[in-house]
Design a protein around this ligand. Structure first.
Ligand code: SAH
Ligand code: SF4
Ligand code: F3S
Length: 486
């Protein structure tokens, strides 16, 4: 099992690969050509597809949900584990047939796999016309035009500046209530197992004013929740000087202070108390007390932190180059509990069977889960990625059967913990934001509480985007059930 899908919905976070893919919707704004995008991987990739759609729209393309109708097909791909790449390879072979029936069709591979494999992908996948990495999307219209002339193209240039700050994304997969906003790109952390620093390049932060503007526009359009995305949001840092943008205050004086993540969070939260603010992903080495106090000070900053531990054992954490140990992690969790209380949701990512992991070290992962009591986790077994530090330095020496067994134990433990944590919510009155109809029944609505748990309620007179006060009456390990209260 690659990923844990919540009962009702897939919750994905920055850098968190979904086992699902998302496609573009039908849009008819009178453009001549049709673009179909299929997006794999994490929320950042989905967010990038919205930027791609926006760039292409300005160049004569409406989106379509039917690849048979498309003039251009883009696959926005993920490299995080081998399985993610295999899925895309299979999909490309299916598109072979589509292209056989329509030789005019342009097929582009975008995203992390494009960046990792570069022109090798053109050699290996004969039907592919374009290979374009995450920082080169402004070049897409040009590359598509060249492909129309029969020229294949590759642009995998990684930038130190590109943040697409000026591009307003076309909201492709939105429920009209919650939206994702990328606040930074890339990652400088070099965890030894991880391919992201190679596929996404150096870390850079986006201009905070463009972020606030995007959030405000969304609020004015009726959105009620934004999730600020980055691989490591706690290292968000923007200084006007570095970016050659002297800001002026009301008196016309240059403002030079550096903006950190806690400042940005407050800026977005202060747009309107009815706009919920979430963020992901927090890195245990960087999450600051200021961020926790900022969360506490604003009711509309959701009390939920995705704090991936990866392993509960300090030796393994050191081999993973995570730069914290078990004690450091537990201290951060204690601080979260101290400042934000028991009700703050905490989730994690876990890797089973990393290089040289012993049974006792695996037990440390299970025991840290017990200590933290995660609300839920995304759990994986280790998949060696070419070019990473771990691939170069350590043998991938845990047999697949052992990796899978350890993963099963982690999943089983998480299911118990999720149920335990959900039961604690029973009898509580919580505020939820309604996202839409429940997939289970037309008489039920689906919402989310502050801690990011899905809550199912009877439909009543509520609509998507409404806040409701709900008493929790029942739960499963994945979902809460409630009734409306006044
Ligand atoms: N930036 C985030 C995570 C990004 S990748 C962070 O630092 O927490 C999302 C998750 O995929 C990781 O947290 C990790 O658990 C998992 N992952 C990454 N590389 C992997 C690999 N080579 N094998 C298995 N799981 C991996
Ligand atoms: Fe990968 Fe580590 Fe960066 Fe997360 S922080 S994206 S796991 S290198
Ligand atoms: Fe995301 Fe996958 Fe790339 S998880 S950053 S799309 S490797």
């Amino acid at each position: 099992m690659e990923n844990i899908i919540k009962d009702i919905d897939i919750i994905s976070t920055a850098g968190q690969e979904n086992c699902d893919f998302k496609t573009t919707a039908d849009e008819n704004t009178g453009q001549i050509k049709k673009l179909y995008i299929e997006s794999y991987g994490c929320q950042m990739n989905f967010s990038d597809s919205e930027i791609v759609a926006s760039i292409m729209k300005k160049n004569g393309f409406d989106t379509t949900s039917d690849f048979n109708n498309a003039d251009v097909i883009f696959l926005n791909t993920c490299s995080i584990r081998d399985k993610a790449e295999q899925t895309v390879r299979k999909r490309l072979s299916q598109f072979n047939q589509v292209k056989a029936g329509n030789p005019e069709l342009t097929i582009g591979v975008l995203g992390c796999m494009a960046e990792r494999l570069k022109d090798k992908l053109l050699e290996e996948e004969k039907l592919v016309d374009l290979v374009v990495g995450p920082d080169a999307y402004r070049d897409l219209p040009n590359l598509v035009a060249q492909a129309d002339e029969g020229m294949k193209g590759v642009n995998t240039f990684l930038s130190r500046e590109e943040t697409y700050a000026d591009i307003s994304p076309v909201r492709l997969n939105s429920n009209g209530v919650s939206a994702f906003i990328s606040i930074m790109r890339g990652c400088d952390n070099m965890c030894s197992f991880c391919v992201v620093p190679f596929t996404r390049g150096r870390e850079r932060s986006r201009d905070p004013h463009s972020i606030v503007k995007e959030a405000r526009d969304l609020f004015q359009k009726g959105y009620r929740e934004v999730t600020l995305l980055g691989q490591n949001v706690d290292s968000y840092k923007w200084s006007p000087e570095e970016n050659n943008k002297a800001r002026l205050n009301k008196k016309g004086e240059a403002v030079t202070e550096v903006i950190h993540f806690a400042d940005l969070l407050a800026m977005v939260a202060e747009i309107d108390p009815r706009l919920r603010v979430r963020f992901s992903t927090s890195h245990p080495k960087d999450i600051t007390d200021e961020v926790l106090y900022t969360m506490k000070a604003h009711d509309n900053i959701c009390k939920y932190i995705h704090l991936p531990v990866q392993s509960g054992n300090s030796r393994i954490l050191s081999l993973m180059n995570r730069t914290y140990d078990r004690e450091w992690y537990l201290e951060r969790v204690q601080k979260i509990r101290e400042i934000l209380g028991e009700e703050c949701g905490i989730s994690s990512d876990m890797i089973a069977g990393f290089c040289s992991e012993t049974e006792a070290e695996h037990q440390d992962t299970l025991s840290i889960m017990d200590l933290v009591q995660y609300d839920f986790s995304y759990m994986f077994y280790y998949s060696e990625r070419p070019g990473t530090l771990a691939a170069k330095k350590y043998a991938d020496d845990i047999p697949l059967s052992v990796k899978k067994r350890r993963l099963q134990e982690i999943i089983a433990r998480q299911n118990e913990l999720s149920l335990l944590r959900n039961r604690m919510d029973i009898e509580q009155v919580q505020e939820i934001l309604i996202e839409g109809q429940s997939k289970r029944s037309a008489d039920q609505l689906k919402g989310r509480n502050s801690a990011n748990k899905v809550v199912i309620v009877p439909a009543g007179k509520l609509a998507a985007g409404d806040y409701a006060r709900v008493k929790i009456t029942d739960c499963s390990s994945a979902t809460l059930f409630g009734e409306l209260v006044n």
